[in-house]
Write a protein of this length. Sequence first.
Length: 464
Amino acid sequence: MEEAHGRPNGGGVACFIQHTASTNPGFYYGDKYLNNITAMGEMFQDSYTSDVQPAIELYQLTANKPQYRNLHQMARIMKAMVFEQITDLYGDIPYFQAGLGYYDRIYTPAYDKQQVIYTDLLKEVSQAVDSLDESADKPTGDVLYSSAGDQIAEWKEFGNSLLVRMAMRLTKVDPTTAQTYVTKAAANTMKSNADNAIVQHQDGNQLTQNRDALEIFGNDSTDLKLSSAFVSNMKNNNDPRLPLVAWIYSTDANGNITSDDAPADQIGMPPGFIVGGSNPLIDITKLDSLPSAGIAGYSRLNNNILYTAAPSLILTYAETEFLLADAAKRWGIAGDAATHYKNGVLAAVTQLSAYGGAIVSDADAATYYSNVAYNDAIGLAQINTQYWLCTLMDEYETWCNWRRTGYPNLKPTNYPGNVTNGTIPRRLTYPPSQKITNTANYNAAVASLTGGDKMTSRTWWDTN
């Protein structure tokens, strides 16, 4: 199951993409563009053990067994989604030989080219969706759709929506292939928020809790603030989500916890600052715009969405509609851009109901849409800025879509000692352990990266 891995997600990527900011350059290194080498490689290492291995096992154990026909197709889809996320973040990765130590005695898997990986991912998901059979098995224990009225139909829509996401990654590098798969899948994607792929977490142990929340709470959540770019966009457009995702959290003179979620009071933290130090240009306390309450006066993630039992929104109807709007605007396929965009905005605003107490009424969603109504002259910017807003808490996906489109137009920071020459990072760096445990294959992968294993090197689909 695709699940965010905390350190590079909350500490790095969320800050890269300016959903969040922090004055802590250690755990929250992302808005400083520092290479926290251990954190950068953590997603790679964790994914191969906690995500890839179970997906490969399920795939292998259900292959060529008619009684598990649908379960095998689900395994193909989930395996593809897991590998897509890893290759999106790192580039060339072990793919065809990965997870086969037990089966084929392959302990140092070769790194495959991202282009080759994507060709296979698209094929796998497309074939899996086509092979799902309403008359075949209905797997129990399905954390996404086992309680749905029509489990197999939901998986088909989920698979097609994932196919759209994968295809749209190729916007810059292979638009012909992108259009082919989007056209194939567009008519059978998710139809409403009821189709959203959501993992419902539970308190109790680390296996069932929300891993992002665990990581953030374990590294002082008070250091993490919502960014000025994010809060300003919401305030400027009277976004009804703002009081549901942001609050100013403090204690009064008697030590009692107080919170303020009034939209007008929210203030986002500018990225790229620390507290104190010898350089006044990066000391946030020297800003004229510092809140009257100091650092405590900046908005934090509301615990409506940041708590250890918070659900993970894996793939949603709103995201899919924005991607279809992008395809329609860009290439004139997959329907009408304005219609898909409106569907996406309304769904993105109301999907917060998945978090429980956070609810936006249909009327408030409609009012918000009137504030951000589609304008074809700036269509791509609107569509993908709304995608950026919609994917708060799914930071890897936000970053991938920003790298694909360049929207929203974020202002980079230039923190002293940063390793990107003041540009927003384009990839994560491989874990240092690969230099030791898989040396030859690691060296070959690094040699194929322009500039080497750096945060500024671009993956295949993220061409200039």
